[in-house]
Design a protein. Structure first.
Length: 203
């Protein structure tokens, strides 16, 4: 007899109207943070509660604590405290929420990248940590295209996406007036596995 599988059917693109009843999630950013954690977009429960990585099956907050970046295990409801307490920030590439990232279109992810880069240029964190390989793959392709269109190089040589520190960085122009030693002159990119409960490979 054929075995029954309990796998849910994969979701496809969802029109923004499907989740129009949900609220957008607030960024928690300030100048010169040590690390800004970047997700692809708010999940359903995060948008419903108004807090980042709010789904109880998501391992983000536990990973943050076990990494030593926070001294206590914070609940999602204290996401707002990260900049002041730990010099850490939170943002997403795409603002609109969905149940799964697969419900976003490639075009809207690409369209969101210039906005994201301007945000990073404004706040100048030392590191951006992308929470998920899929996010980084989209960002890397966009960075390669920007590099090629500006004539500043040949882009990456089809470098394989990998975890950890990436061979890309954002260099910030000097600000007018007296330079501040506290302002980062460049932002490095780092990639960690998705903390979603659906991703079991690294758990």
């Amino acid at each position: 007899k054929p075995r029954r599988t309990n796998k849910k059917p994969k979701r496809g693109y969802a029109d923004p109207e499907v989740y129009a009843h949900l609220h957008l999630l607030q960024d928690y950013l300030q100048e010169n943070l040590d690390v800004v954690f970047c997700g692809i977009n708010p999940g359903y429960m995060s948008a419903e509660t108004g807090h980042h990585f709010a789904n109880p099956t998501n391992h983000f907050w536990r990973c943050l604590y076990h990494s030593g970046l926070t001294s206590t295990l914070l609940p999602p409801s204290e996401d707002y405290s990260l900049p002041e307490r730990y010099n850490l920030g939170l943002t997403n590439i795409v603002d609109r929420p969905s149940a799964e990232a697969a419900e976003l279109s490639v075009s809207e992810m690409k369209a969101a990248i210039p906005v994201f880069l301007r945000k990073i240029s404004r706040y100048r964190p030392r590191f951006v940590c992308f929470v998920g390989m899929g996010i980084w793959a989209v960002i890397r392709k966009a960075l390669d295209q920007l590099q090629l269109s500006s004539g500043s190089g040949n882009g990456s040589k089809q470098e394989k996406d990998r975890l950890g520190l990436q061979s890309y960085k954002l260099i910030h122009p000097a600000k007018a007036g007296k330079p501040s030693p506290r302002l980062a002159s460049e932002t490095f990119f780092f990639v960690v596995p998705s903390t979603s409960g659906r991703v079991v490979k690294y758990q």
